[in-house]
Design a protein around this ligand. Structure first.
Ligand SMILES: CC(C)(COP(=O)(O)OP(=O)(O)OC[C@H]1O[C@@H](n2cnc3c(N)ncnc32)[C@H](O)[C@@H]1OP(=O)(O)O)[C@@H](O)C(=O)NCCC(=O)NCCS
Length: 181
């Protein structure tokens, strides 16, 4: 897959099936075949497809001045979504100047610049939204490639929580990072 035959697109209801297929594929790669654990869900977790669908159908329609809004972009390969980035707001109106980012590119398509391009797409979009001041994220300390990507985009480390999750017996240290857009 190269930049010539993959594209980053804003996602809507028609993309939900492909997005969910990608979420499930990405989660299954976490902690396997040499990949660092990057998902807080353990091996036995069953992805809640219906909940994921409902959350997005409702949150995509919300303005960025409304609690719970969400925007999602997909990396579209030949016939399905192979990477994504999402921004979402919290539930409190007093926190709407901040949002949180989530990102994944499936293993076969990594180290080709897609992770950076997805992040840049959502940062550029956030910069155009008058209500958004900060993008926050959590990244597992063992996920050094992702930490490196975020630092290179200007994210700063603001805190570390040791033993934040225990995933399949592994204690996970979580790093909080933020970017002022
Ligand atoms: C983190 C992730 C999104 C990076 O996606 P990607 O498409 O491979 O990233 P890019 O090719 O755009 O790489 C951008 C930069 O990130 C850093 N980077 C990414 N993966 C790296 C790795 N495995 N080792 C070292 N650096 C890495 C490098 O600095 C790289 O720049 P370079 O290629 O010029 O050296 C991808 O590895 C992934 O989806 N991992 C699983 C899910 C995940 O960890 N999501 C983040 C959770 S917080």
């Amino acid at each position: 897959m190269t930049a010539a035959n993959a594209s980053i697109v804003a996602l809507g209801p028609a993309d939900l099936n492909s997005l969910i297929e990608h979420f499930i594929a990405s989660a299954a790669q976490s902690g396997r075949n040499g990949d660092p654990v990057n998902s807080p869900y353990g091996r036995d977790y069953v992805f809640e497809e219906e909940k994921a669908r409902e959350t997005r159908l409702s949150a995509w329609g919300k303005a960025t001045t409304e609690a719970g809004w969400r925007r999602s972009w997909g990396l579209r390969g030949a016939d399905r979504i192979i990477g994504h980035v999402e921004l979402h707001a919290g539930r409190l109106p007093t926190g709407l100047h901040r949002c949180t980012v989530g990102l994944a590119v499936e293993r076969d398509y990594r180290r080709e610049g897609f992770g950076r391009a997805l992040m840049q797409t959502c940062i550029d979009w956030a910069r155009e939204q008058p209500s958004i001041v900060w993008i926050d994220l959590g990244v597992f300390a063992n996920n050094s490639g992702a930490v490196r990507l975020y630092k290179s985009l200007g994210f700063s480390e603001v805190g570390t929580t040791q033993d934040r999750f225990r995933v399949d017996g592994q204690s996970i240290t979580d790093i909080s990072m933020t970017l002022r857009v």
